[in-house]
Design a protein around this ligand. Structure first.
Ligand code: NAP
Length: 296
């Protein structure tokens, strides 16, 4: 129920219509209230805000003026928001992007919950990460959160595969002075076959295989024969679910992790920051799975 005291949460992006965040955050807010007694109800609503790049400054000033409590940021504002904030967390600085903003008495503070979201499903495996090798496909925005996550876990080697020599070199250089221990090597796609044989964790951060191109995979069928059966294969894509990439890995005995859990966990981490209480991750996950027509 919206009341006179309802506080505003939301997501800014352009476009933003595709965002699944309003669905899962409002489901969580409702579930928290269903589980509380009348005295402890929380009064929040989470809305989508389509904001064009040229309107970002005005929109954020407006958010301050009307007392928005906190918000998520999606493409194309994840970097552009940074100069408009009073403070940026260490992890957001390392990644170079902000996906969550909350308010303090000093002003807006930006952080990045994609790293925590990426790590959450991996942390259910009790592996000695210091002896493991990660191979990451793609060197865009999401790849930066994945590299930061792998560095936090302490991976012995992190290999990043891309198609542009210039972008790969810039990517690598951006980690040289990182406070995280990053043993990062860059590769072109023609080196993938030998890299896959070494991979304990193989992550797709490219959009290859995303709906509607569901027959595509970033890795050729034959190359998957080099994959060690106990490896973890992780696709950041969540539609379709599973992707062809994950199906190829699963038939070879690999552990498959899809992008839906990362989406849910980055959202749960943000909601916990705003509400300062634990949130029903199960409800958030279920709301998305139902919406996408996936089995529970
Ligand atoms: P991005 O910044 O545009 O990066 C995409 C990367 O993929 C770039 O390195 C790009 O290479 C590469 N790439 C694109 N098409 C390619 C192709 N045909 N062949 C080889 N490489 C290709 O995008 P992003 O924000 O990182 O997002 C990437 C994917 O992750 C999307 O599918 C997104 O939905 C997903 N994602 C999921 C979550 C989640 O919570 N599950 C969170 C964030 C992102 P160039 O740089 O050479 O163009």
């Amino acid at each position: 129920m919206i009341t006179g005291k309802t506080k505003l949460l939301g997501v800014i992006g352009y476009p933003v219509e595709h965002s699944l965040s309003p669905l899962m955050h409002n489901a969580a807010i409702q579930a928290i209230n269903d589980r509380q007694n009348q005295q402890n109800l929380i009064d929040y609503v989470y809305l989508p805000f389509p904001i064009k790049p040229e309107d970002l400054n005005t929109a954020i000033a407006g958010f301050s003026a009307i007392g928005v409590h906190g918000f998520n940021i999606t493409i194309p504002h994840k970097q552009a928001i940074i100069p408009l904030l009073s403070e940026v967390s260490d992890i957001a600085r390392v990644v170079g992007a902000v996906n969550t903003v909350y308010r303090t008495n000093k002003g807006w503070v930006g952080t990045n919950t994609d790293v925590a979201g990426f790590l959450a499903p991996l942390q259910t495996y009790n592996w000695n990460w210091h002896q493991k090798v990660a191979v990451i496909l793609g060197n865009g925005g999401a790849s930066r959160a994945v590299v930061a996550g792998c560095a936090q876990l302490g991976f012995a080697e992190i290999h990043v595969v891309g198609r542009s020599e210039d972008k790969l070199t810039t990517f690598q250089q951006s980690w040289v002075n990182s406070p995280l221990p990053v043993n990062l090597t860059i590769h072109k796609w023609d080196e993938l076959s030998s890299l896959i044989a070494q991979a304990d964790l193989l992550v797709n951060t490219t959009p290859i295989g995303m709906y509607p191109n569901i027959q595509e995979s970033p890795v050729d069928e034959a190359m998957f024969d080099n994959l060690s059966p106990g490896a973890i294969v992780y696709d950041l894509i969540y539609i379709p679910n599973p992707t062809k990439f994950l199906q190829q890995a699963q038939v070879r005995g690999a552990i498959a992790i899809d992008g839906l859990e990362m989406l849910v966990q980055q959202g749960a981490t943000a909601l916990e920051l705003w509400l300062q209480q634990s949130v029903p991750v199960d409800v958030m996950r279920r709301s998305l799975r139902q919406h996408l027509g996936l089995s529970k």
